[in-house]
Structure formats: C-alpha cells, structure tokens
Design a protein around this ligand. Structure first.
Ligand SMILES: [Mg+2]
Length: 272
C-alpha cells in the first residue's frame, strides 16, 4: 500500500471545552447560569429579576459576569466567583461540591478514540477555571489526551495579585488579547492550527488571529468559520485532512498508509 503524499495542513488542534467537548444537554451550562444568578442575588444583593438581566448584560458587554462586576468596581475575586461552583454555598452544606451536575457527563469512549487517533498536538483553551476544566475532562475520560490546558488562570495570571478590581481587567475569549496569551502559551503557529469552539464570537476572533476555525454544534458556518460540525464526533467526516499524511521529511509519527488512515477514520466514525 503506497504512502499518500498529502500533507496535513495542521500541526496543532485547539479545543474549547464547554459545549464543544461535551454537549449542553448535560445541563452543566444551565446550572452554571443558575449559580451565577444566585451569586448575584446572595453576594451582590441584586433582586431575582435584576440578577437575570444583569447576568445577560454583563456577559454581552464584558464577556463574563465576573469581568463585568470587577470592571464596575466590585471587589469580587476569582476564587469567590469560581468557588460558587464548589464552596460558595458552604453556608448551605448540601450545595458544596457537586453543585454542578458533573455526573451527567459520561465517559465518551468515541471521543477518546477520535482524540487518540489525532497525532497532532492537542490543547484545550477554555474560559472556565482549572478545577472545572479538569473535572469535566476527567468525567469525559479524556484528560490525558491533551498536552496542555489553557484556562482562566492561564490567561489571567496577575489577577490574584491585583490590589483593586480594575487593576488587571479580566481577559477571556473572544478578546484578541486572551487569544494572544493562549497562542503564546501554546506556542503554536495559528496558520497551522485548527481551533474548535461553539461560540460564533470566539470563532470570529479566532479567524482574526489567523487560525483555521471550526464552529461546533451547528450545521451552518458562521462569520469567520472555515468549517461547521454538528458535534465534535463528526470531525473525521468533515475535516479528514486532519489525518492526512505528512510529506517526506515530516514527523514520522504522522506518516500513515492510506489503509491505516481509512482504518483510523472508520474506527473514529463508529466509536469502536
Ligand atoms: Mg464553549
């Protein structure tokens, strides 16, 4: 069987986490929103109806509720905020840990096989905090599939040292500054990197950074999207070039015969 001479256009693949590597149907996202509203009510003194509109408005304007609260001068720390998933309700012990329905994230063997079949560098880039990211990846059974997890703490390294709320504005996707820090931390060439995310805003920003972009969870491409996949599981059908061979002189670990490539794709497709 001859060796294909088609080179993969990608050296690295960057994956968003929430609603990209696992679907929103787990209910995690809904629960996070509910927790944020409770945080706004119990920690910031908003009324129930105001909490909903504030959450939506702050997200739209600042990229996250925490970023918005701090930009408005409230001295809410990241620990206070992210801890709402875990320890904020220590005053209500039944809520501590497991407040988010992590049990609804099942081990995803099909995704694991798919990721293991991809020989390029694989990196997670999420706005979520590290504890949440590790917990979700652990539930999915894919934590060891990635060489690097770039998360809230990576893109906001100075935040713990701030002396006032507006000293270090919080950076998150889709801010281009957040992307710059992430791409630098990952040490990737955006022109050789595929970026997957379920947010149309993040995809548009990723394109601006020169990344190849994949909108996840939709059938129609949005602005700046090179590809759209209904689910991350469909990568092999939509972007088979991920698995293309390296040209002569390339990384030998990425060299595959056509039959090997077909076997890998078949395996990824059926989730065997
Ligand atoms: Mg997401």
């Amino acid at each position: 069987m001859g060796i294909s001479t088609i080179a993969s256009p990608f050296d690295s693949i960057i994956f968003d986490l929430d609603d990209t590597l696992y679907p929103s149907s787990t209910g995690i996202d809904k629960c996070v929103k509910k927790n944020i509203q409770l945080f706004l009510i119990q920690k910031c003194g908003f009324s129930e109806s105001k909490a909903l509109t504030q959450r939506v408005e702050l997200f739209k304007t600042y990229g996250s509720t925490l970023a918005g609260l701090r930009a408005q001068g409230l001295d809410i720390t990241a620990e206070d905020y992210h801890g709402l998933n875990f320890s904020f309700f220590s005053l209500r012990p039944s809520f501590v840990h497991g407040r988010l329905p992590y049990d609804s994230i099942d081990t995803d063997h099909q995704l694991r096989n798919l990721l293991l079949s991809i020989k390029q560098r694989k990196i997670v880039f999420t706005n979520s905090d590290r504890i949440h990211a590790m917990r979700a990846l652990d539930r999915l059974g894919i934590k060891d599939c990635f060489e690097q997890i770039i998360c809230f703490e990576t893109i906001n390294p100075n935040l713990p040292y701030s002396t006032r709320p507006d000293e270090f504005p919080i950076l998150l996707k889709p801010s281009l500054d957040a992307f710059k820090i992430a791409l630098d931390a990952a040490n990737v060439d955006p022109r050789r990197t595929l970026f997957l995310d379920d947010s149309v805003r993040n995809i548009a920003a990723g394109k601006e950074m020169g990344l190849h972009t994949v909108l996840v969870g939709k059938t129609m491409k949005s602005k700046g999207a090179d590809y759209a996949v209904e689910s991350v599981h469909n990568l092999a059908q939509v972007i088979p070039e991920i698995w293309a061979n390296e040209m002569d002189g390339g990384d030998p670990t990425m060299t595959r015969s056509k039959s090997e490539l077909e076997a890998v794709l078949a395996c990824a497709l059926v989730g065997a």
